[in-house]
Ligand binder design. Structure first.
Ligand code: COA
Length: 158
């Protein structure tokens, strides 16, 4: 059990059926239905994959956050494929604990580092990655939508 700023939670590996726990978090954040459905499917794919993992942050009866991590063998870099924390408990260290778990997974697979894509206007997410020592790698014009660029953050394990 981890205790950050009076929030207690446990980080656990995704279990069968856990995709239902991801939906309430994304609904509260305000994501569109198409993205939520895609993430529910992605959770199952990454949980079942031999080079990927899904971790959930569980607080008593409810799930308060999740991370998907995938290792790419062609360049030995891991990728955060999804990360979100329930708005009611943000800024309590939950995402930090989830990303540390993803980094440990990447380390265990002998990855050189880890990267993540996010929309350029996701200022909260960008501040979060910078706070964890990730550095801006590159800009991807029109990556998410015609009018929405992406940015990539990277952290190399020295
Ligand atoms: C980004 C997100 C995952 C952060 O989750 P979190 O559990 O609140 O993050 P933490 O509590 O571990 O934050 C650690 C540090 O990151 C920084 N940080 C986190 N969120 C921040 C924000 N909104 N604005 C500025 N800095 C932020 C702070 O330095 C924070 O430390 P502090 O609270 O002591 O100041 C969460 O805001 C979220 O789910 N956002 C919506 C989905 C999203 O953007 N996902 C990631 C990008 S794809």
């Amino acid at each position: 059990m981890t205790d950050h700023n009076h929030i207690q939670f446990e980080i656990a590996l995704f279990q069968e059926g856990d995709q239902n726990k991801i939906r309430p978090i994304l609904e509260q954040i305000g994501w569109a239905e198409a993205y939520i459905t895609a993430f529910e499917k992605a959770a199952i794919t990454f949980a079942e994959g031999k080079d990927s993992a899904v971790y959930l942050a569980n607080q008593a009866e409810r799930c308060i956050g999740f991370v998907f991590v995938e290792c790419h063998s062609w360049n030995n870099l891991a990728q955060l494929q999804g990360l979100a924390v329930h708005p009611e408990v943000q800024r309590s260290g939950t995402a930090t604990a989830l990303v540390v778990k993803a980094e440990v997974f990447a380390h265990s697979r002998e990855m050189r580092g880890i990267y993540v894509d996010t929309p350029i206007n996701n200022s909260g997410g960008r501040c979060f990655y910078e706070a964890l020592g990730y550095q801006l790698g590159y800009l991807m014009p029109r990556y998410y939508e015609a009018n929405l660029d992406g940015v990539t953050y990277q952290k190399f394990f020295e």
